[in-house]
Ligand binder design. Sequence first.
Ligand code: FDA
Length: 308
Amino acid sequence: MIRSILSTVAGQPWLRKAIVSTPGIRDIAWQFVAGEDLDAGVAAVKQLNANAMKGTLNFIGTHIREKAEAISAAEANIAALERMGQEGLDCNLSVKLTQIGLDIDESMCRHLLRRILDSAEKLGNFVCIDMEESPYVEKTLAIFEDMLQLYGPATVGIVLQSYLRQRRGDLRRLLDAGASIRLVKGGYWETSEIVYRRKSQVEQVFREDLELLLTRGWRPAIATHDAGFLFYSQKLSAEAGIAPDSFELQLLYGVRTDLQKRLIQEGFNVRCYVPYGGNWYAYTLGCIRRIPEGILRRINESCRRVPF
Ligand code: FDA
């Protein structure tokens, strides 16, 4: 029910405007998004740090079509890096290349990315380039590999999606190049020609990649909420003599917080990806579509108990 209302509204700009200012909807959104501005993102990361968790700030936004918007998104990312430094946060940054103009002009996108990476390098921080839909993979990797040459793996890293059928060689190539990699199953709807879609197939390739990354990667990160894989990473690292603090287990803000706490208690390095910004609607909808209806109903009920 909640899911279908939000999906219908997504296609109706006038309705959407009304809905995004509705307190109940905003309360559901704030389970998955820190808030509408950088202050909210910083506050969420402070809370995570106080609970022994690291953060990754992400200023929400993709597929920017206007040059001025791409520039302002790059500036917002730089402001986030500066603020992390000022506040002494244990936090890095994630950025999507279509937010900084990949759809408009690749050379502008590279220029804006370099401005962000210059800032990260100066501040001794790290930027991970998120991976987007399959048509962007080739370009994103080409840009990343150039940036890796220029800045090195302590400043820039990349996300690899295991579900891509035709890109099984990327992980080994980037491991050989010494890249810092965040491994995910893959989060976009794609056709079965492009990605493995059967759960068992996705799990099979993710397992293979996880084993390779964990045993060979430099500061590897396994990003999943799948308890089976989180515990498998623990088991594998113990068997291979890999120290728990030499790799990261990454989860999204507000998702499986029970697991996040448990992993921390067991001494693992947990990093939480914290989205913030005015474009929270589509991101929240993506999260809501992924959670089972029963859990969604409980979230909705607990939000309604909060006075507003
Ligand atoms: P699975 O899909 O089996 O999920 C396990 C359970 O977790 C589900 O049953 C569901 O309840 C819950 N869950 C998972 N995702 C949820 C969500 N978003 N909201 C609410 N509940 C959720 N993908 C990509 O293509 N490019 C990228 O750059 C990134 N970056 C990224 C960073 C981090 C830190 C994480 C954790 C994930 C990503 N992803 C991503 C997303 C990833 O590809 C994948 O789609 C999701 O993590 C879901 O897959 P799981 O491995 O969690 O397992």
